[in-house]
Design a protein around this ligand. Structure first.
Ligand code: ADP
Ligand code: MG
Length: 240
């Protein structure tokens, strides 16, 4: 579903991604781990066209991701992103945040979008918060609204960029539980995370990135329990 070949990205003279190759199949859950500054967020931002890339290619269901092309809007609607900071509209209700994309970006019928949004809010455990405003919610609740908002677009895949890193520790579990449930539904997910236990339980594959290259990848248990590359070993020693 997501085919990345020889992906290169520079910011000015700063060469950040140095040839990333990865294929993500439908229904797969891939966790990307690696040190700060290694290029993890940049990869996600290139996949859904928030950032242009300098070389190589990204295709989603056979369609090239090209920020200059009109198709980029459709691709962004198909590949949702959940950020570390939830990026909800603070002055709109939770329900309005969730229906915004379907109604204003996809042109869905408002009444139908509301029905769907209420189902999604129930599925993330927030059925009773539809009328609340984001600042009234905990960080964990806001992140679950952000996940409902991503799902409201009926995406083919969801990219998560450190979705629990900004949360107080006691709020992390509820968000991971929602993500675990989502993985169980067969959603294609690419998750940048430092939650190694989540990666171990949920990921089909873990990709370790350092210095803009994939250093090592494989099934979660193998990579996390028995890393082969010294850089992976060193990283895991520090985070586990
Ligand atoms: P990670 O998510 O792994 O911590 P990032 O993908 O955010 O890493 O960043 C990789 C490198 O690219 C870092 O050195 C960062 O400073 C640089 N970088 C990221 N975004 C920009 C930008 N918009 N302009 C300039 N440099 C950037
Ligand atoms: Mg990042």
């Amino acid at each position: 579903m997501i085919e990345i070949r020889g992906l290169q990205k520079s910011f000015g003279s700063h060469h950040v991604l140095k040839g990333i190759d990865a294929s993500i199949v439908q229904g797969e859950v891939v966790c990307i781990v690696g040190p700060s500054g290694s290029g993890k967020s940049t990869i996600l931002r290139c996949i859904n066209g928030l950032e242009s890339y300098s070389g190589g290619s990204i295709d989603i269901d056979g369609r090239r991701v090209d920020r200059q092309h009109a198709s980029i809007k459709a691709i962004r609607a198909e590949v949702a992103m959940v950020f570390q900071r939830f990026n909800l509209f603070p002055h709109r209700t939770v329900l309005e945040n969730v229906i915004e994309g379907p109604v204003y970006v996809k042109g869905e019928d408002r009444a139908a979008a509301i029905v769907h949004a209420r189902e999604l809010l129930a599925s993330v455990g927030l059925a009773d918060k539809a009328a609340a405003h984001p600042p009234e919610l905990s960080g964990g609740q806001q992140q679950r609204v952000a996940i409902a908002r991503a799902l409201a677009m009926r995406p083919k895949a969801i990219l998560f960029d450190e979705p629990t890193s900004a949360l107080d520790p006691e709020l992390v579990g509820d968000v991971l539980q929602v993500m675990r449930k989502l993985a169980g539904t067969g959603m294609t997910m690419v998750v940048v995370t430092h939650e190694m236990q989540f990666a171990r339980e949920v990921a089909d594959r873990v990709v370790f990135i350092d210095g803009g290259v994939i250093v090592e990848q494989g099934p979660a248990a193998g990579l996390l329990n028995n890393p082969q590359n010294p850089r992976t070993q060193d990283f895991l020693r520090r985070v586990l």
